[in-house]
Design a protein around this ligand. Structure first.
Ligand SMILES: NC(=O)c1ccc[n+]([C@@H]2O[C@H](COP(=O)([O-])OP(=O)(O)OC[C@H]3O[C@@H](n4cnc5c(N)ncnc54)[C@H](O)[C@@H]3O)[C@@H](O)[C@H]2O)c1
Ligand SMILES: O=P(O)(O)OC[C@@H](O)[C@@H](O)[C@H](O)[C@H](O)CO
Length: 505
């Protein structure tokens, strides 16, 4: 956009009377949620859901948004400059048909930088209206980092800050059981609620807080394990953003985009939907007794299919998930791997996993998303161990033979992971000889580089390959067990790699 067409930033007073009234109606509600994290995901997931529930007149509250680390300041400032407003664009396929919806989200009543407004932040703990703490600080943010609390100075880590915050609330309300909070940490960690509670308890010991405080934490605060699922893709392209600016007459620097699909499983009593009316607002939110089956189906089917396609796809020169799924041969390969190998090995007939898988394929085919295989491939070894290998092993145990597509996926991973250390990082080659940088645990990459050292793609024979694969499989430090002791696995993988080298799928 040229300078002459520069538009003002989105603000409340730029909206018409009706728009202002609708936004203010929500913004002015009492603060019920402290949010730790200002990232795209939370804004496209929990905030979007709470706004929807508020819009329907079900959720009578607003959110104070805070940044979880000193570095998150810029995004928070942008939110502040826009009076907490931002546009959410939901687009993708729903039952095979393209859908697109644009909404102005006005659920944030305040922005707060705890590193610069520590006392104000702690004062929030005294709000009688406060009921929830929702966070997403990535897996790196939800962990215990030993620290001291110096009165008046902010603690750096999210769990550390939360501990001081909760202590202030405990003191202000003299340990009133009714003033405990409900915590929904959305970080993608198994047992995320349990992890957060144990961090808070550890910090409370470090900070010298009383046993009575710890009892209040364990007995009167709820830390709910939960599983989130939605692909939130953040800002649109600059061209698209410019076109929207021209259409709206103002610039929104916080436009967020996401797929229509959303799923939130929360391990907790369904009665909590009265306080957090998401299910009753028609959102795909489930209060469940046991989160494990939901976690397992997502990790093994959705993430498993991603991991399976990433190594093979990269080897074959593919770039994106959609392109891979649209390829007739590759697409069928992934569908068959899920329906014929992953789902049977899960052995969960009650969960209608076939339908769940079809929904996932539709998400993979979302025409608005270019999900890069190289992003999914980050730290593939660790992901494969959790997302694919257990399926491969249980299938073999149940059926007495190796599942051919998962085996091919494993062969693809092993063949992609033949790294050579270069100044740019650990490099490998696609099947067409093009180089590709592997981003993974440097220790594992260094071990693998050693095993593949003498290998020559063109001249090495099957015996050498057999020796290398044997060494890789038997490295317990990589796989957590000696996979070379699994009968027939090495031979089958060597055979698959030989086939892979000479062909496409
Ligand atoms: N975007 C998605 O589709 C999606 C879907 C499901 C889960 N997730 C998960 O959500 C997380 C965030 O994704 P996003 O798209 O919002 O990214 P983002 O970059 O927009 O936001 C990242 C957020 O995490 C915080 N953060 C990063 N490192 C931190 C650390 N060490 N300590 C404390 N806070 C830290 C940032 O300040 C920011 O608030 C990722 O871990 C991702 O796996 C994302
Ligand atoms: O985010 P990662 O790197 O752990 O895994 C890559 C993808 O499988 C993942 O991002 C999914 O798209 C996401 O989990 C969907 O909710």
């Amino acid at each position: 956009m040229s300078a002459s067409t520069k538009r003002p930033r989105l603000k409340l007073n730029l909206l018409g009377n009706d728009g202002q009234r609708k936004c203010k109606e929500i913004i002015e509600r009492p603060v019920k949620v402290l949010q730790v994290g200002e990232g795209n995901f939370l804004r496209g997931f929990a905030d979007w859901m709470l706004h929807e529930s508020a819009r329907q007149g079900k959720f009578h509250g607003s959110i104070v948004v805070t940044q979880p680390r000193p570095g998150g300041k810029a995004k928070l400032e942008q939110i502040r400059e826009q009076d907490g407003l931002y546009t959410m664009i939901t687009r993708g396929l729903s039952d095979g048909k393209p859908v697109e919806r644009t909404e102005l989200i006005s659920i944030f009543s305040r922005c707060m930088n705890p590193y610069e407004e520590w006392q104000d932040f702690l004062e929030l703990a005294e709000l009688p209206s406060l009921e929830f703490v929702i966070s997403n600080t990535t897996e790196s943010g939800l962990k215990y980092i030993s620290s001291e609390y110096v009165e008046g100075e902010p603690v750096q880590s999210f769990p550390g800050k939360l501990t001081v915050f909760l202590h202030r609330r405990f003191e202000r309300f003299a340990g009133d059981p009714a003033r405990g909070l409900i915590h929904l940490p959305c970080e993608l960690l198994e047992g995320n609620g349990d992890v957060l509670r144990s961090c808070v308890l550890r910090h409370s010991e470090d900070f010298g807080y009383s046993d009575a405080f710890r009892t209040w934490i364990t007995e009167h605060n709820l830390f709910l394990n939960n599983l989130v699922d939605r692909i939130v893709t953040g800002a649109p392209t600059q061209d698209e953003a410019d076109a929207l600016t021209n259409r709206w007459g103002y610039e929104d620097q916080l436009i967020n985009t996401a797929e229509p699909y959303h799923f939130w499983a929360i391990q907790g009593d369904e009665a909590l939907d009265k306080k957090l009316p998401l299910k009753q607002a028609g959102l795909n939110v489930h209060w469940v007794k046991d989160l494990k089956p939901f976690q397992l189906r997502k990790v093994r089917i959705l993430n498993g299919a991603h991991t399976l396609m990433s190594s093979l796809g990269i080897l074959q020169g593919k770039q994106h998930v959609r392109e891979t799924m649209e390829d007739p041969q590759f697409g069928s390969f992934i569908r068959e791997a899920v329906h014929e190998e992953i789902i049977p090995a899960l052995n969960m007939p009650d969960l209608n996993l076939g339908l769940y898988a079809e929904e996932i394929f539709e998400r993979f085919l979302n025409p608005y998303i270019n999900h890069k295989l190289q992003d999914i491939a980050l730290n593939t070894i660790g992901k494969f161990k959790v997302r694919v290998l257990p399926t491969l092993l249980s299938y073999e145990q149940n059926e007495g033979n190796w599942p051919s597509r998962l085996l091919r996926g494993f062969a693809g991973l092993l063949y992609l992971y033949r790294p050579v250390s270069t100044p740019e990082g650990y490099q490998t080659q696609r099947l067409n000889g093009e180089s590709f940088i592997l981003r993974d645990d440097p220790q594992v990459l260094s071990l693998l580089a050693g095993y593949w050292e003498d290998y020559d793609t063109l001249n090495s024979n099957e015996q050498q390959l057999d020796r290398i694969i044997g060494s890789v499989l038997s490295d317990v430090s990589i796989w957590g067990e000696n996979l070379d002791e699994r009968e027939g696995l090495r031979e089958a993988l060597v055979h698959e790699i030989s086939l892979l080298k000479g062909e496409s799928l």
